[in-house]
Design a protein around this ligand. Structure first.
Ligand SMILES: *[C@@H]1O[C@H](CO)[C@@H](O)[C@H](O)[C@H]1NC(C)=O
Ligand SMILES: *[C@@H]1O[C@H](CO)[C@@H](O)[C@H](O)[C@H]1NC(C)=O
Ligand SMILES: *[C@@H]1O[C@H](CO)[C@@H](O)[C@H](O)[C@H]1NC(C)=O
Ligand SMILES: *[C@@H]1O[C@H](CO)[C@@H](O)[C@H](O)[C@H]1NC(C)=O
Length: 208
């Protein structure tokens, strides 16, 4: 099955030609080496809960978002600092096995997620509802399936942001049609959830 990463916000971050790829994590009790974050990186600046079944209800910001099949979704803001200009942006999604992280999360289902990107510069706020979301953007392709024990690079390409003195918001909406997932998006103690890693602009990081 296809995991669609539609992200103009993210498309603004990355080139449309970016190829998603997946890296297997080792099973171990300490944080998985494949699940570490390259520095510098950004945590989401805001996550807002919304619901397809209560599309006008304001759930507001949360540190513990919950996805449920065809209902609850999470709108995510990631803030790119000015230093991201001229760097490579790697949007990653990390789910260590429960044996690999002390972080708490619940995951149940077949692992098909849908991601709708927002236009660069448009992100969720405290009033965002399912019916009142930021403007949508384009759709790069992402992994068919997202499941525990994996670290996914959803997109990796030059950060397509203008030179700026202020951070630029990119983001999108994560939903699923068959999976429940609730988590605390955090880089500590082991990275879990969405992050943007900022890499040097060089041939290796461009996959060339
Ligand atoms: C969920 O979506 C995938 C495509 O991403 C589709 O193949 C699958 O049949 C859907 N599952 C359900 C239960 O609707
Ligand atoms: C990640 O895991 C894959 C598969 O086990 C391995 O080939 C790769 O070298 C690992 N990468 C790192 C950075 O540990
Ligand atoms: C989320 O994105 C919007 C649009 O760019 C921005 O106005 C807002 O400040 C962001 N909020 C956070 C906490 O990131
Ligand atoms: C959210 O809505 C309240 C009430 O209408 C308003 O006062 C507030 O400014 C809004 N917040 C944002 C970020 O638009």
């Amino acid at each position: 099955m296809r995991f669609l990463l539609t992200a103009s916000a993210l498309a603004a971050v990355v080139a449309a030609v970016a190829t998603p790829f997946e890296v297997e994590l080792d099973e171990r009790v300490t944080c998985p080496p494949n699940g570490t974050l390259a520095k510098p990186y950004e945590n989401p600046s805001l996550i807002v809960q919304v619901s397809k079944k209560n599309p006008d209800k304001k759930y507001g910001p949360t540190k513990h978002p919950k996805i449920t099949p065809n209902d609850l979704c999470a709108a995510i803001n990631l803030s790119l600092p000015p230093k991201a200009f001229g760097m490579v942006c790697r949007l990653s999604f990390k789910i260590p096995l429960k044996t690999e992280t002390p972080s708490t999360y619940d995951y149940a289902g077949k692992g098909h997620f849908q991601f709708q990107g927002y236009l660069s510069g448009f992100g969720a706020d405290e009033n965002t509802t399912y019916n009142n979301q930021p403007l949508p953007g384009p759709s790069p392709t992402a992994p068919d399936n997202i499941s525990p024990g994996h670290s996914y690079t959803l997109l990796q390409a030059p950060c397509l942001i203008p030179p700026s003195l202020t951070p630029v918001t990119v983001g999108g909406l994560l939903c699923s049609n068959d999976t429940s997932f609730d988590w605390v998006n955090s880089d500590s103690p082991c990275p879990l959830g969405f992050f943007v890693e900022l890499l040097q602009l060089n041939l290796e990081n461009l996959g060339l």
